[in-house]
Design a protein around this ligand. Structure first.
Ligand code: AP5
Length: 213
């Protein structure tokens, strides 16, 4: 199964991708996670990406396209993968289609997680993430047992640099401008499915499963 999760920042792409990964035993490929790890490692990619990410802007297409082309050719992607946060522009989507055709493969479904801006702001402004295992929390909907520390591994929880209201608003603007047009792109290809991304994580997951059946 080869899936793409579309949707604005905070739609729950990462949350749902992790659940799909567990259920179907296929890798979650999150360009955001790969880029954040590179920033943490302070490598060339991270140095290039961090200024764009901190401002809520997209990292240049050629950087992320190169990264994804390499990643989906790895052996663990043979039985499928979930793309979380890629593609984000028409150019990225076109390059992905080209690469998939070269590999003799196709994307099975594109799930568009639909949520409004008010919900996005409340989800992201309250989010914290474990700096060790990546576990995700929310101050209201999913608080850790001990404030500031991860329930699973005890790691320190931190807020993402781009999760302040000003940058969230910029990310939403960039989404509308550059990423929302992908809905039409995939609608034309006939594999776009809209999923209402309001409600509990479990409710949304059952809607997602219905769509990928
Ligand atoms: P990325 O990491 O992809 O961020 P994003 O798209 O802005 O999405 P988020 O990770 O913020 O949200 P999500 O939809 O995954 O939601 P989540 O499940 O975490 O990208 C970051 C940056 O990297 C970009 O701005 C860009 O600079 C760069 N980048 C990445 N990919 C790129 C690309 N392809 N091209 C160019 N640049 C790229 O959930 C959010 C919160 O809500 C959590 O707290 C969660 O617990 C909570 N939550 C989830 N579901 C629910 C629910 N049902 N009810 C209540 N709370 C919920």
């Amino acid at each position: 199964m080869r899936l793409i999760l579309l949707g604005p920042p905070g739609a729950g792409k990462g949350t749902q991708a992790k659940m799909l990964k567990e259920k179907f035993n296929i890798p979650q490929i999150s360009t955001g996670d790969i880029l954040r790890q590179s920033v943490k490692d302070n490598n060339d990619l991270g140095i290039k990406a961090s200024s764009f990410m901190n401002l809520g802007q997209l990292v240049p297409d050629d950087v992320v396209i190169g990264l994804i082309k390499k990643r989906i050719k790895q052996v663990d992607c043979k039985t499928g993968f979930i793309l979380d946060g890629f593609p984000r522009t028409i150019v990225q989507a076109e390059k992905l289609s080209e690469t998939m055709t070269e590999m003799g493969l196709k994307i099975d479904k594109v799930l568009d997680l639909e949520v409004n801006a008010k919900e996005v702001i409340s989800r992201l402004a309250g989010r914290s993430t474990c700096s060790d295992c990546g576990g995700m929390y929310h101050e209201v909907t999913c608080p850790p047992k001990v404030s500031g520390f991860c329930d699973s591994c005890g790691g320190v929880l931190a807020q993402r640099q781009d999760d302040n209201v000003e940058t969230i608003l910029k990310r939403l603007e960039v989404y509308q401008e550059s990423t929302a047009p992908l809905k039409q792109f995939y609608e034309k290809q006939g594999n776009l499915k809209a999923v209402t991304a309001r409600g509990s994580v479990e409710e949304i997951f059952s809607r997602v499963l219905e769509m990928v059946k």
